[in-house]
Design a protein. Structure first.
Lengths: 99, 516
């Protein structure tokens, strides 16, 4: 997936996450701010990376502000941010691009 | 050395007679000589003890470096007293101060700066929240903080484990000799029971009020016979934050479900009979349990004998409806409770000693049938943590939790299975504040677990339609939703001791490594 612009998905509500994708640079860089970083920071990063890799996004900075989102929420936010950044606005894989 | 809740207590803490926790009744029957304060002979006639300022009081006392001062938390988030007194102590250049408070919260955030500056070097409290908790968790306090339950704090004072040099007692009303009450002024908190022990055991007792009333201010919560000085200030607290409007019943379906489970657990267990005793916390689901209790009481024609603890509007409501005979009050959380105490003929006050102390000859908690309590975490051994957050930082209050859980015939912990991405039911709590042996039933939105140490409760609940699970099943369900948490990045240094109510060491809190 080719990202064309910066895009964002999510909110700062409890149990949600706000994911911003900024295309460019070298490889996937993940920046995490999380209320559960000590216990889940490693898993949040792995989830974001895996989702981006499976979408075929390679050069991107992902900024995650996490308010205790479950993994399914986080994946959905990363996916929708990626589709927005790629300017894809139809034919969504409802139910999740990543199974 | 490992203690009875499998926590490793560093040997260097086991000095001066300190022991590790060895079970709830390890010290049962131990006889001790009570500590005693310094006092003086007063033969002359008195015209009053009112002193013009805090500074003058500190000068009259001969305040010096290294003293231990105490405060109560009846004003909760509206408290000004701690900050007013500590500012004066700091402005006068004193240092090495220990604060022995009944609880410390975000209203006392300025104290965090005094910790960082090395002026406040000791903290002993039954609650630690806000910036003070962060400061201690990040290793900025020079000595090891000591966290005690409400009853444990009284015990520590009575056994002489902590000696209070000066107790500063914020009082909504006082007369010129220091008879102090929680009512009748502009900052009413209802009761002053938390500080009664301080009045009796501190060398100096200073009443701070913003409403001086005619002598005698009766019936007093703090008697003038203990009081050295009275200081009148403009404002000792923010009335809006001292006693809030009664909290509305939660409309959160999860809270309501858990509250209904709690009431049904009570209905189905053997101590539910006329005259039973009851205490509940002030959290959403605990409060809501009152609403589900009422129809059950009416259905069976049962009246609650007495309610104790922190009092809120729902308890007062049950009293006014004749569904509870007596309330004996330790703290008032809302205006309804403040108004009722001392007004309703069966709504009384008591000291924290009477309420929960293991070092007197009878405490109310030992007569409790049911208590409903909240938790930050519960583990598969039923140990409860109410003091450290999921990030390992101090942000809670043992309060009366360990005392009531130990005393009650049936202690019920009510907590959602997960909060955001935090598993409330976990493999091992960060910090043990109430030993699993004292916890009988855990109510969650995903089901109810009964402690295997209480087979008779399990048998009783099996006759109901309540969703019973094992604690391990609940823990696994929680982890299947949020994932298995990584261990917290603690350092070796111990920043706080969690004392069991009998004074043994239940657990320690380590310094947390800040994550970036």
């Amino acid at each position: 997936m080719q990202l064309r612009k910066s895009a964002m998905s999510g909110t700062l509500e409890s149990s949600d996450a706000m994911v911003t994708l900024e295309p460019g640079g070298e490889g996937i860089r993940v920046e995490i701010t999380s209320i559960v970083k000590a216990q889940y920071g490693r898993q949040i990063e792995a989830c974001v990376r895996e989702t981006l890799e499976r979408l075929g996004v390679d050069n991107v900075k992902a900024i995650v502000v996490d308010k205790g989102a479950l993994e399914c929420t986080l994946k959905a936010r990363v996916e929708s941010a990626a589709f927005r950044a790629a300017e894809i606005d139809s034919g969504f894989p409802w139910g999740g691009a990543i199974k | 050395m490992e203690n009875a809740v499998n926590r490793d207590i560093p040997d260097e803490l086991l000095v001066e007679g300190r022991e590790v926790y060895q079970g709830p009744n390890h010290r049962q029957g131990y006889r001790y000589k009570k500590a005693s304060p310094k006092s003086f002979i007063q033969t002359e006639r008195q015209e009053g003890k009112v002193v013009s300022s805090l500074r003058e009081v500190l000068e009259l006392i001969g305040f010096h470096d290294g003293m231990t001062v105490s405060f109560h938390h009846h004003f909760r988030d509206g408290d000004y007293v701690v900050n007013l007194v500590m500012k004066e102590i700091v402005d006068m250049g004193f240092k090495d101060i220990t604060i022995a408070a009944t609880s410390l919260g975000s209203a006392n955030d300025p104290v965090a700066d005094y910790i960082e500056q090395g002026i406040v070097t000791g903290i002993q409290t039954s609650g630690i929240r806000g910036k003070i908790g962060e400061m201690v968790s990040h290793g900025k306090l020079k000595t090891t903080a000591i966290l005690r339950s409400h009853g444990g704090r009284v015990r520590a004072i009575e056994e002489g484990e902590v000696h209070i040099d000066v107790a500063f007692i914020g009082a909504p009303t006082s007369d010129c000799l220091g008879n102090a009450r929680g009512k009748g002024g502009k900052s009413d908190c209802g009761v002053l029971g938390y500080h009664e022990v301080d009045a009796r055991y501190a060398d100096y007792v200073v009443v701070i009020t913003d409403c001086l009333v005619d002598f005698p201010n009766f019936p007093p919560s703090i008697e003038a016979s203990y009081v050295d000085y009275v200081v009148v200030m403009d404002e000792i607290g923010d009335p809006k934050k001292i006693a809030t409007a009664a909290a509305r019943f939660s409309t959160d379906p999860r809270d309501l479900l858990m509250a209904e489970y709690c009431a049904k657990v009570i209905e189905a267990t053997p101590y539910f009979k006329d005259g039973f005793s009851f205490q509940t916390g002030a959290g959403g689901p605990s409060l809501a349990a009152n609403r589900f209790l009422e129809p059950i009481l009416r259905k069976h024609g049962i009246t609650i004998g007495w309610i104790i603890g922190g009092i809120t509007a729902p308890a007062v409501d049950l009293l006014n409806k004749g569904l509870v005979k007596t309330i004996i009050d330790t703290q008032d959380f809302d205006i309804t409770a403040v108004e009722s105490v001392g007004t309703h003929p069966r709504h009384f006050v008591m000291s924290t000693s009477q309420y929960a102390s293991p070092s007197n000859k009878s405490a109310f908690v030992n007569m409790l049938d049911y208590v409903i309590l909240a938790a930050l975490e519960v583990d598969v051994d039923f140990n409860v943590n109410v003091v450290t957050g999921s990030d390992g930082v101090l942000r809670g209050a043992p309060g009366g939790h360990p005392d009531t859980a130990a005393g009650a015939k049936c202690s019920i912990i009510v907590t959602p299975l997960v909060r955001g991405r935090m598993a409330t039911i976990c493999e091992s709590v960060v910090t043990v504040t109430t030993p699993g042996q004292d916890v009988d039933v855990v109510v969650t939105d995903y089901g109810i677990a009964v402690n295997p140490r209480r087979p008779e409760l399990l048998e009783a609940l099996k006759k109901t339609k309540l969703p019973l699970r094992t604690i391990e099943e609940l823990q696994q369900e929680a982890y299947s939703i949020v994932g298995t948490p990584d261990p917290l990045p603690f350092k070796d240094r111990v920043v706080a001791i969690v004392e069991a109510r009998d004074g043994t060491i239940l657990d320690v809190v380590h310094e947390i490594d800040p994550i970036e």
